[in-house]
Design a protein around this ligand. Structure first.
Ligand code: FE2
Ligand code: FE2
Length: 214
């Protein structure tokens, strides 16, 4: 099952109309090799760019579907909005961060691989609005993709940080528990050794005493 961060939605549930419709919307994009390769890039510290793109696609789809808007374009644009193939920390030969222009790279890549409508192009190139965009999204669906992008960044960072903290606490607890367990085993072994020594000595003393009596 492909999970959506912060949701129990199962996109491969054949009995769920919402899941079947979502899969139809993103068909051809999700299976594409270049899109799949986004799974190899770390994103927002705790997730991959593919997972983030799928999250944005799903939440944009849900919101637009609920509002009676073009959910297909929103789902597709969400999946393509971060379609660029460099690390977020990469810089060019002048030391400029490549991330600054990533909406343009994502649009270039998306247009090279897929056929896009105007809503999808606008949603991809303006998804960083109002952070680093040249213009405000022109369509309500583009606005939804932009909003979902921020929403997903927050839930990915929050859930990721919580999981990280939980794993660290669990590792610390395990280490304390294993320390206690080691100490218990050592104490038990030492006690048994001492008991055996005392028993051996007592047996020798009794044997010696008996030899005098007999
Ligand atoms: Fe982005
Ligand atoms: Fe994004």
């Amino acid at each position: 099952m492909v999970k959506i961060t912060g949701s129990k939605f199962d996109m491969y549930d054949e009995n769920d109309t919402k899941a079947v419709t979502f899969r139809n919307c993103v068909a051809g994009i999700l299976e594409n090799g270049e899109v799949s390769s986004l799974g190899g890039y770390k994103h927002h510290h705790f997730t991959t760019r593919l997972q983030h793109s799928l999250n944005v696609s799903y939440y944009s789809y849900c919101l637009c579907r609920k509002l009676g808007w073009d959910f297909r374009s929103a789902a597709r644009a969400g999946l393509m909005h971060d379609l660029y193939f460099f690390e977020n920390t990469s810089v060019d030969e002048n030391g400029q961060k490549l991330l600054k222009n990533h909406p343009f790279r994502a649009l270039e890549n998306s247009e090279r691989i897929f056929e896009l409508n105007e809503i999808e192009k606008d949603a991809i190139v303006n998804h960083m609005w109002p952070c680093i965009s040249l213009s405000r999204p022109r369509f309500k669906e583009s606005m939804v993709v932009s909003f979902s992008d921020k929403f997903c960044a927050v839930i990915e960072a929050t859930l990721g940080a919580s999981l990280f903290a939980a794993r660290k606490s669990s590792a610390a607890a395990n280490s304390i528990a294993s320390g206690i367990s080691d100490a218990y085993v050592q104490t038990k072994e030492t006690s048994l050794y001492m008991l055996r020594s005392i028993r051996g000595t007592a047996a020798n003393v009794i044997r010696l005493a008996c030899s005098f009596i007999i």
